[in-house]
Design a protein around this ligand. Sequence first.
Ligand code: PLP
Length: 421
Amino acid sequence: MKLSKFGEKFTASTGIVELMDDLGTALNENPDMIFMGGGNPGRIPEAETIFKQRLEAVLADPDQLHSLMGIYQSPQGDRQFRQQIASLLKKQFGWDLHAGNIAVSNGSQSAFFILYNMLAGDMPNGGQRSIHLPLAPEYIGYGDIGLTSDFFTATKPEIELLDDNQFKYHIDFSGLEVSEQSTAALCVSRPTNPTGNVLTDDEIEHLDEIACRADIPLIIDGAYGLPFPGILFNQARPHWNSNTILVLSLSKLGLPGVRTGIIVAREEIVQAYSNANTVVSLACGNLGPTIARELFRSGDILSLSRELVGPFYQQRATRAVKLFRAALGDVPYRIHRPEGAIFLWLWFDGLPITSQTLYERLKSRGVLVVPGHNFFPGMKSDWRHQQECIRVSYAQDDKIVEQGIKIIAQEVIKAYESGDN
Ligand SMILES: Cc1ncc(COP(=O)(O)O)c(C=O)c1O
């Protein structure tokens, strides 16, 4: 097979491809694997019941069933669904929104592919623009999304050391460089995948000011965040204005299989996005909107997030931290303060092996995690810290998480004791 440049780039085995391969292996070929790698959400029975009831109501009504399966939806998404989302966000947060500010995507990953490449890469004037990530580490799934090289730049974080073997990353605003010529947009995930960090309201305000001043959008990836699925363990304010592109998803509510993302942006951006989405996808899938419509109409999506989904993960995070503390003992470990999302981010200071080697050793012992170096798209430096971290999901059942943590701790202790490479 002779591959184009596009073919070479997008068929290569990258961090996200390896992660999703692991996920497929764990699901299909080796179900005994302890899966603490990918971003599959946990199972929340009450949420599953709500989705099931909604689906049953649709199946019982021939007209709704036809709307679900028998029509192409517009590439921007069903107008009534978009209207419901806009009304809810307007009522709840006072954001000046209507249906024209909302687009639906086939998962938020595909929305990022279009949005990023729409804004960054080779520019018509011959220049090049990149997406800037103000706080590395960031989501592994951005890494290979750009059609051109040098697609991302990133700012190294400040590290605040906390009690109880915890730490927290902050944006180093003194090192955050935005160029009007070469920066296309700022992007942060909030809560951050992989760390579970939640950028403070002040940090978001500061980023907003910088983006507005440079006349570039601030993209907020709310896959875990505000206002839904609400996987946050502290107080934070949802943010949107006409310079913000807020990208949301139904996945972490428990619906990753329906592949539904939601973009909230000013009309000009939404229109451009949906033209591009027509070329790429022709139309949006109907399943996610069909299941979620009633939740948006009633506002129950917010209470579901606040009362069920957020507390579910908070309880799991607390438990996972406790188990790691007990298992790691005197190892020089630190855990990023869990403020949201579905992962713990562990930092092993001075780890004698790389995070990739640790990942491989754990995989051979039947535990899947994600090695930390994959989460630094755009970071050009050879900062050792990138090789000293791993991301561990705590979304699976308690027993599985407990077994996995034991094995991770054993391998980490072994690596420090033998000091090998
Ligand atoms: C931070 C972040 N953004 C975006 C996505 C993409 O999610 P989806 O395409 O399922 O909406 C994920 C998936 O895990 C994620 O963790």
